[in-house]
Design a binder for this molecule. Structure first.
Ligand code: AMP
Length: 418
């Protein structure tokens, strides 16, 4: 029979191998620790949602219009693999009755997200995010709080050189008039804009400000800035957030071109970059206030703020900046059993596991070959068992660093390994 080709991973997704997991685990742990230190509780929501939930809240974003993983299940339901967590977290906040308890509700989630993006470095079709949301309060103090959490998480992941960009995009009171000003400014320039931007001019003019097309760049500098046209409550909130960041010692730059393209985003928007980088590709975390989202999902109007951070990119930056995490050995102790001693080896391993991680080498190989494997696993000790020793309930314990070896009674092993 001809051998068939081995089946490889799906395009755009990847395995995170044990050698890479220590960095991942370090930043995941930092995320959970920092969030919990601020009183945020963990939530887990499903990876699949009704496609309407995702589409209703994001039809004009690339993540939804071009990159959504959508499918029909066996029952003919139209489902999507979530491209981000916020829509599902807000759904769960209402469906789970969290809206009935003390407000705001502070939540975090760590998990995979899916986008049918063109695969490239730093962009995967399955990637992992930290999602932090404070739902049920309009206080600008929470905008500053989630920014502080993002900064704390990145810093505790070992990324100290960070750049924070900040802007306000107003709300449905002041934004409509501003958008008219923006259109008035751009209309005479229309023919000189990129074709995509010409379309955006009437449909979604805010997005002209974060256009990446070279031919659009010269016109940005003179465009009206929304922070000069905020209504009083938005202007107060904008000042308040900046005062709180100053007080927390968190540096930021005002980027007047940082915007979101959806109506339900209000006021604060922010993005964290590794210092010296910018452009969407390099953002480590992005967030802001979305006071209109709950209503867009069909729930009562409820203010909220949050951010999503990308673990894949954070781990890349950690690795590039030389963050070292001591890799845990495959096992601290390896028990080597002579042929026929499997059950004795399993019992010795069970005894040693009271104090250490233990693997048993059951392979039919020479002692020298087993020693080499134990070394590769990073074992600090090897416990050897022969047919002669096992009935006496003794074993030979070898310290792999010093090479010292001694006969030890099984029951004394935990003490010797502690
Ligand atoms: P967004 O939800 O698009 O605002 O993205 C938030 C963060 O998630 C970004 O700053 C990235 O760090 C990360 N991210 C977004 N899309 C991808 C992707 N396709 N692959 C890896 N990380 C991503």
């Amino acid at each position: 029979m001809p051998r068939s080709e081995p089946i490889k991973a799906v395009r755009g997704v990847r395995d995170i191998l044990p050698r890479d997991r220590p960095l991942w685990r370090a930043t995941e742990r930092a995320a959970a620790e920092v969030a919990m230190r601020f009183g945020y509780q963990e939530i887990v929501t499903p990876i699949i949602e009704h496609v309407e939930l995702i589409e209703r809240v994001g039809e004009d974003t690339d993540a939804v219009s071009k990159e959504l993983y959508r499918f029909e299940d066996r029952g003919g339901r139209k489902l999507a693999l979530r491209p981000e967590a916020t829509a599902g977290v807000v759904r769960a906040y209402f469906e789970g009755g969290l809206n009935q308890g003390a407000q705001p509700v502070r939540l975090f989630l760590i998990g995979p997200m899916f986008r049918y993006d063109r695969p490239q470095k730093g962009r995967y079709r399955q990637f992992y995010q930290l999602d932090v949301e404070a739902i049920g309060s309009a206080s600008p103090a929470l905008d500053a709080e989630v920014i502080e959490i993002a900064a704390g998480w990145l810093r505790e992941s070992g990324i100290s050189a960070l750049a924070l960009e900040l802007n306000s995009i107003g709300d449905d009171v002041c934004r409509p008039a501003y958008l008219e000003r923006l259109k008035d400014y751009y209309r005479p320039l229309k023919s000189r804009l990129h074709a995509d931007s010409q379309l955006r001019l009437e449909r979604n003019p805010l997005r002209l400000l974060d256009s990446k097309f070279a031919q659009d760049q010269p016109f940005k500098a003179d465009a009206p800035r929304i922070t000069d046209h905020l209504c009083e409550p938005c202007a107060d909130a904008w000042a308040h957030v900046r005062r709180l960041l100053d007080a927390a010692g968190i540096e930021y730059v005002h980027n007047p071109y940082l915007v979101r393209g959806l109506d339900y985003y209000t006021r604060t928007v922010f993005e964290f970059y590794p210092a010296g980088a910018s452009g969407q590709q390099d953002a480590l975390a992005a967030g802001g206030r979305y006071d209109g989202l709950a209503e867009a999902e069909g729930w009562p109007s409820t203010p909220a703020v949050g951010f999503a951070g990308g673990f894949d990119r954070v781990v890349d930056v950690m690795a590039a900046s030389g963050v070292e995490v001591i890799a845990a050995p495959g096992a601290d102790v390896v028990v080597l059993a002579d042929g026929g001693q499997e059950s004795a080896a399993a019992e010795v391993a069970r005894i040693c596991r009271r104090v250490r991680s233990v693997a048993v080498d059951y392979e039919a190989k020479s002692l020298a070959a087993k020693m080499r494997s134990a070394n590769k696993l990073g074992a600090r000790w090897v416990v050897m068992l022969s047919a002669e020793e096992a009935p006496r309930r003794v074993a030979r314990l070898r310290d792999m660093a010093s090479g010292e070896q001694a006969e030890v009674a099984w029951d004394e092993l935990p003490e010797r390994l502690a």
